[in-house]
Design a protein around this ligand. Structure first.
Ligand code: GAR
Length: 208
């Protein structure tokens, strides 16, 4: 007899912008290729297009801006604690940072030990922060590197750092355009993020 399938991994996805990686997760679930469900999508900007993607998919959306917290003169940790409370209310098994552009402090991370993963469009230790693809492309044109990549890692309270769960290299064509490199990296990260969540869902990789 086939053992019963494990229950879907419950995700909360945090976004700041376009949400193409969120879309990749939504589509993988819809196709039956990912044993997961998205309990909520949380953005730090009301204008994040990913919120519209979530709305179209019937997923609950929430928005919590750091600006509002700053205007109220609250310390950064207070924002992270509020965010943790908001996310915890959806009882996630896994919190996925998919283009989330704030560093999260222990005020957030301690609520979800080993349960927060991040996607970054560079190899471990290279080009942390924003503009990673553009900086890798510029470094290639200066003759400094020939390869960049994509990684998924557990989140530590540093910028784009923490134990690596999955990594894939992308060769850079020194004569190629930045748009071409971006397209190849985005296609790869959509696949790598879904695969990594799938491995966690299948229990093949323990995120804690
Ligand atoms: C992705 O390229 C992701 O790797 C990157 O933001 C983009 C979000 O795209 N994340 C970082 O740079 C984290 N430092 P999306 O909104 O279309 O998913």
């Amino acid at each position: 007899m086939t053992p019963p399938a494990a229950r879907p991994l419950r995700l909360v996805v945090l976004i700041s912008g376009y949400g193409s990686n969120l879309q990749a997760i939504i589509e993988a679930i819809a196709r039956g290729n990912l044993n997961a469900e998205i309990a909520a999508v949380v953005a730090n900007r009301g204008s994040a297009y990913g919120l519209e993607r979530a709305r179209l998919a019937g997923i609950p959306i929430r928005c919590l801006t750091l600006a509002a917290s700053r205007e109220a003169d609250r310390p950064r940790e207070a924002y992270d604690a509020d965010l943790a409370g908001l996310v915890a209310a959806y009882r996630p098994d896994l919190v996925v940072l998919a283009g989330w552009m704030h560093v999260l402090s222990p005020a957030f991370l301690d609520r979800f030990p080993g349960q927060v993963i991040n996607l970054h469009p560079a190899l471990p230790g290279q080009f942390p922060g924003t503009g990673a693809i553009e900086r890798a492309w510029a470094a290639c044109r200066r003759g400094e590197i020939t390869v960049t990549g994509v990684m998924v890692h557990q989140v530590a309270p540093e910028v784009d750092a923490g134990p690596v769960l999955a990594v894939a290299e992308v060769p850079i064509d020194p004569a190629g355009s930045l748009a071409d490199l971006e397209a190849r990296i985005h296609a790869l990260e959509h696949r790598l993020l879904v695969e990594t969540i799938g491995q966690i869902a299948a229990g093949r990789r323990d995120p804690s």
